[in-house]
Ligand binder design. Structure first.
Ligand SMILES: C[S@@+](CC[C@H](N)C(=O)[O-])C[C@H]1O[C@@H](n2cnc3c(N)ncnc32)[C@H](O)[C@@H]1O
Length: 376
């Protein structure tokens, strides 16, 4: 007979009496306090996120960039009374974005300054009002009973073609392009594209990834393939970057149209997680078809659902894609399997530097060129 049934420690910890006991015992006390604080951080997570939202909506970090300010200085422009501004600034200091000075003024903390320095982060926070409304009843969301706003916010989710207002297309293109700098940086650090002659970026949005690749590889040419509605913003961005002679634009839907041929590498950056397994399998088959023997497939996006759950892929992106209703955050192993099913080999899943930014999977179409490059 076993002395202790499996899980006895968890049942012990779950007893209110044990919690009171642990708070008194040296050794256990430190652990209980730390875990208690972590638990409370989870309980108050939504309030923290809303404090962050208020700070960003009222431009407080930007307004503190020139130096510390008193609540009374900042209150009128925000339409708040001095006491409410003091409450908000105090909360901002509580979550580590601001610092309270002895004289009662508030200054930007390092994290608050970094928030301004990450392109697209403020815009991302601002658009979370939509996401939070979708999360208002998380069980209903999980049961599929919510008509989510995010599904309508991202117009291509249901395969829309051209019927989306320009303002909406521009908004999502900007959100994606702003955050693309970090994604491109982490992606390019994980792969060597020196031998690539032409890159086809499928779902390439307004061309921000291709622009970063062209800057890193001056001899490379590229094509951006995306929905017709996205083409005007891609054209404008690539023209501003002086890349109109190196990058072609190809309008189409990968659900309905063949992918252009002629590229020896194809990238899918933050594309797969928007779509169902069925759409992803069909897309990977089309990519396989469009590549020459030895051609390279590069997938880069936040991933989740793997053996080591993490708060970015398995909480944020998992629920974000759930609210979008068509896709899901997949693990590198799952993506690699879908690639193998499509015929790819030579799979690489390098360890991501910042999983909350992106993770990479690289694969090759079987063929002479792949064998040559893999021997190097
Ligand atoms: C999340 S955004 C990523 C954009 C860009 N790759 C990036 O990382 O910034 C997904 C992109 O896929 C494009 N897309 C979605 N469905 C598509 C389809 N059926 N055919 C072509 N592009 C599509 C969208 O228009 C959008 O630009």
């Amino acid at each position: 007979m076993r002395l202790f049934r499996p899980g006895w420690t968890l049942r012990l910890i779950a007893r209110p009496g044990f919690q009171a006991f642990a708070a008194r015992v040296p050794g256990l006390r430190g652990i209980a306090r730390r875990e208690g604080q972590e638990l409370f951080d989870l309980v108050s997570g939504f309030v923290r996120a809303q404090v962050l939202m208020a700070l960003v909506q009222l431009d407080i970090p930007a307004r503190l960039l020139d130096g510390p300010r008193a609540p009374g200085d900042l209150a009128p422009a925000a339409g708040l009374g001095d006491d409410r501004m003091a409450l908000l600034l105090q909360a901002g200091a509580g979550i580590g974005l601001l610092k309270r000075r002895r004289d009662g003024r508030f200054a930007l903390a390092r994290k608050g300054a970094a928030l301004l320095g990450v392109p697209g982060l403020s815009a991302m926070i601002r658009h979370h009002d939509v996401f939070y409304r979708d999360l208002a009843d998380p069980v209903a969301l999980l049961r599929g009973e919510t008509d989510t706003e995010l599904a309508h916010f991202w117009p291509y989710v249901f395969g829309a073609r051209g019927a989306v207002p320009d303002r909406v297309t521009q908004l999502y293109s900007d959100l994606m392009a702003d955050s693309q700098g970090l994604v491109a940086q982490d992606t390019l650090a994980q792969v060597r594209l020196g031998s690539v002659r032409r890159l086809l970026d499928v779902g390439g949005g307004s061309g921000a990834f291709v622009a970063a690749v062209c800057a890193a590889h001056p001899a490379l040419r590229a094509t951006v393939f995306d929905l017709p509605a996205v083409m005007p913003s891609a054209r404008a961005r690539l023209r501003d970057a002086g890349l109109e002679n190196r990058v072609d634009l190809h309008a189409g839907s990968f659900r309905d149209d063949p992918l252009p041929r002629g590229a020896d590498a194809i990238s899918l950056v933050r594309v797969l997680y928007d779509h169902s397994d069925e759409t992803v399998s069909a897309l990977l088959a089309a990519v396989f078809d469009a590549l020459p023997p030895g051609g390279r497939l590069l997938i880069s996006e936040p991933m989740g659902g793997g053996a080591r759950p993490d708060p970015s892929g398995d909480v944020y992106f998992a629920f974000y894609t759930l609210a979008m209703r068509t896709g899901r955050a997949r693990s590198a192993e799952r993506i690699a399997q879908l690639c193998r099913d499509a015929g790819f080999e030579g799979l690489r899943c390098p360890r991501p530097a910042r999983p909350y930014v992106t993770s990479v999977v690289e694969a090759f179409k079987p063929g002479a060129k792949f064998r040559e490059s893999s021997v190097k």
